[in-house]
Design a protein around this ligand. Structure first.
Ligand code: SAJ
Length: 406
């Protein structure tokens, strides 16, 4: 039996996938409300194919509980935030989960850490915790790091098809865990050592962050001198060895906006390009705010309460607002201006911020300048509703004449 600890964006789909492929699984989370929701037969976030996967897993006998189980295999997928001052990974949730596991696991159990950690974290923060309890690693406990690579918005497909990395101290344990993931994963599963696995995960997300920062910097250069950044990137990307990502209003989510900081925190004098890139991306919500002011000035607008931000989530067609550029922009704006901007997101039903609407038509009626912060399918399919409004599109998805861009 596999006990999956942490039933969030990664742990839940992983547990469901294992269960629906014949593995006996118990999912554990300390959040009682979350466990109750799952036990009532409801999923806790929206994702293509998740409902069907959930039904399959429930049919196959998956159980959800707040209790840690006694078993020989644990998968830990709890959050790893970063300390905003030191920029280093904060492994406290992983450590707490491991300590609880150690309180009940049998001798010889394998603990697979899926949570993203910076290179060396398992050596520095996890091994000492295990050793302090008198366990011999490699005999009493086997440690594995198997970081996840699935992208929100396409998680179920990517869980099945992406290649994976398994880092272990010994080949034998690595192969055992590879076989577990191979129960559902159709991609290649590379077995390597733990520190390499830690570093590859952080590097993958850093590569994407740096590429987006490059696109954001190009957007600023092009804005400065009246060039069309989207057309320039489109043409450059026709070169067989160029692949530039898209500029945007900032970088959110719990991965690309967080993981690269781990390298800056651990290697401050070496990670220069990464540091600058993260600052560029973090500065984008303020850049958008400045553009909003310029556009208001150009159009003789003075009332900020007639400005509306479309989209609160960190990217299109997900319901996740962690590190969302819109929330960062609103925080910045609150420090400068009296009346709050209006906002709306079809994926966010609860009241999250002041000035929030819950219906597209009412939102549009209430504003003169619409700022597209997120290119949800909803707005892409309803562009005609923006006719007659001033539109500032930070995602390059609106073709209406006169649309302002980054
Ligand atoms: N973004 C841009 N321009 C782009 C692409 C993205 O501004 O061209 C922005 C998005 O709007 C969003 C942020 O970047 O705010 C991050 O979104 P994303 O779609 O790039 O990535 P995530 O955070 O949803 O998922 C990433 C993925 N990593 C890589 O592609 C290397 C995913 O595969 C990882 O599993 C995930 O991080 C994770 O959990 O680490």
């Amino acid at each position: 039996m596999v006990n999956v600890i942490g039933l969030g964006y990664i742990g839940l789909p992983t547990a469901l996938m294992l269960a629906s492929h014949g593995v006996e699984v118990v999912g554990t989370d300390y959040n009682e409300a979350l466990v109750a929701t799952l036990n009532e037969g409801r999923t806790t976030f929206k994702e293509d194919g998740l409902e069907e996967l959930f039904a399959d897993a429930v049919g196959a006998g998956i159980r959800f509980t707040t209790e840690y189980q006694v078993t020989d295999t644990y998968i830990v997928s709890v959050p790893t935030p970063y300390d905003k001052f030191s920029k280093k990974v904060d492994p406290r949730y992983v450590v707490a989960a491991i300590e609880t596991i150690l309180g009940r696991c049998p001798k010889g159990a394998a603990i697979v850490v899926e949570s993203t950690v910076s290179p060396g974290t398992i050596d520095k923060s996890i091994r000492p915790v295990i050793q302090a309890r008198g366990f011999v690693i490699g005999e009493d406990i086997h440690l594995v790091h198997a970081p996840e690579r699935i992208i929100p918005g396409n998680m179920v497909y990517e869980l099945l098809h992406n290649d994976r990395t398994v880092g272990a101290d010994s080949r034998e344990v690595g192969e055992k865990i590879r076989a577990l993931y191979a129960s559902f994963c159709q991609g290649q599963i590379v077995v390597t050592d733990i520190k390499t696995a830690e570093m590859t995960k952080v590097v993958e997300n850093t590569f994407r962050a740096v590429n987006i920062a490059f696109a954001n910097e190009l957007a600023k250069i092009c804005r400065h001198d009246g060039m069309d950044v989207y057309e320039i990137i489109r043409i450059c990307n026709m070169h067989p060895r160029v692949n530039i990502l898209q500029p945007g209003p900032g970088v959110g989510g719990h991965c690309i906006s967080v993981d690269p900081w781990f390298l800056v925190g651990d290697y401050p004098s070496l990670a220069k390009v990464i540091d600058e890139s993260m600052k560029t991306n973090d500065g984008m919500p303020d850049f958008v705010l400045e553009r909003i002011h310029q556009i208001m000035l150009e159009n003789g607008m003075t009332d900020t309460s007639r400005v509306g931000l479309y989209g609160l989530t960190y990217k299109e067609d997900v319901d996740d607002c962690r590190e969302s550029p819109t929330l960062q922009l609103l925080e910045s704006q609150a420090r400068h201006l009296a009346s709050p901007l209006k906002c709306y997101d079809p994926f966010i039903t609860e009241d999250l911020v002041p000035g929030q609407h819950h219906e597209l038509d009412a939102f549009l009626k209430d504003v003169d300048l619409v700022v597209i912060m997120v290119g949800h399918s909803q707005i892409r399919q309803n562009m005609d509703k923006l006719a007659g409004k001033l539109v500032f599109d930070t995602r390059n998805c609106c073709q209406l004449p006169g649309t302002y861009r980054l």
